[in-house]
Ligand binder design. Structure first.
Ligand code: PMV
Length: 327
């Protein structure tokens, strides 16, 4: 029986979250924390899903039950990814999927995207399919769309390709554009509030705010788009001070959209006071994580976050995206 392990990195959104849902660009970076998915072929028609990190450690179902749309349950991303992988391959098999994640779930670090793209890669490889990274990114985005209803390609593309990407969403996923940004290093400290939150709920809250105050919210979304474009130029010219300043402005506009909370704010200000060049929430907000840009004072910033009672870790950009693990 064939066994394949694939892994994919978590990500941070550097600029442009929420605005990207309305067609504006985003800048995101894969970070050096990975999700590992092992797929083992079975001789019967059972699907077994296992993860020590989830509250339901194991779920088993019959292959025929996979096609049913299930947007709840902890293994929903894995099930959808399996279904799309079987569709793409035109064949299916009983299978055991084991997830080993080094990424806290529902924290804004893209754990579900990393699970989706590594499941797709492991299962398609197990079925003997040749698949490009572009295709895994596109299928991964389709998994998120099916499970969440609305999702930009940011998380799945960054996890699939790795590195730093400038993402310009198109009218449909075939038209999304990705530009790779090359930087020598981007030292970050990630602060985790410990508050799990739902991306869908936060995206909905911005939609409702926009429905009520469109003339006010639309310019904020456009400004975030402009900040992201300007940040791309700052990366290209190596203007670290500018990157930090733009992060701070971006954070202020996310506050204005109502997706920040007191704990995130506290971590952002503590980081800036400890010498970060810039700091902002990352991802959907409402809890989850923030990032601080720390070419210097990295330890002081991490200590300041820890002093607020939250977890901090330093992160570096992972150049490698999704990959099949050897042996
Ligand atoms: O919560 P995260 O890290 O998955 O980020 C969501 C980013 C949003 O722009 C809010 C939503 C999206 O689909 O891009």
């Amino acid at each position: 029986m064939v066994t394949v392990t694939a892994s994919a990195p978590a990500k941070v959104i550097l600029f442009g979250e929420h605005a990207v849902v309305y067609g504006k660009p985003a800048l995101a970076g894969a970070i050096d924390r990975r999700v590992y998915v092992t797929a083992r072929e079975r001789s019967d028609r059972t699907v077994i899903l296992r993860s020590e990190d989830m509250k339901t450690k194991e779920e088993s179902l019959h292959l025929d039950g996979l096609g049913m749309v299930d947007t709840r349950g902890e293994f929903r991303y894995v099930k959808k990814a399996l279904e799309l992988a079987f569709d793409r391959a035109g064949s299916m098999t009983g299978i055991e999927i084991e997830i080993d994640s080094r990424v806290p779930p529902a924290s804004g670090l893209g754990s579900s995207a990393a699970v989706s793209v590594s499941t797709l890669m492991a299962v398609l490889t197990l079925l003997g399919e040749e698949v490009s990274i572009e295709e895994v990114a596109r299928l991964g985005h389709n998994v998120e769309l099916a499970v969440q209803g609305a999702a930009s390609p940011t998380d799945t593309a960054t996890s699939a390709f790795g590195g730093i990407l400038f993402i310009q969403p198109g009218m449909d996923s075939e038209m999304d554009r990705y530009d790779r940004i090359t930087v020598a290093d981007l030292p970050l400290v990630v602060g985790y509030t410990g508050i799990e939150r739902s991306t869908k709920v936060l995206v909905d809250s911005v939609r409702v705010l926009r429905q009520r105050f469109q003339k006010i919210v639309d310019p904020i979304i456009s400004d975030i788009g402009r900040i992201t474009g300007e940040a791309k130029r700052m990366f290209e010219t190596g203007d670290g001070e500018g990157i930090g300043q733009l992060m701070n402005i971006n954070h202020g506009l996310l506050e204005a959209l109502g997706v920040c909370n007191d704990r995130l704010s506290r971590l952002v200000y503590a980081s800036r006071n400890a010498g970060a060049r810039g700091a902002k929430l990352t991802g959907a907000g409402g809890g989850g994580c923030m990032i601080a840009y720390t070419p210097e004072n990295q330890n002081d910033v991490a200590d300041a976050i820890t002093a607020c009672g939250c977890n901090a870790f330093s992160a570096h950009i992972s150049i490698e995206g999704v990959r099949v693990e050897k042996g």
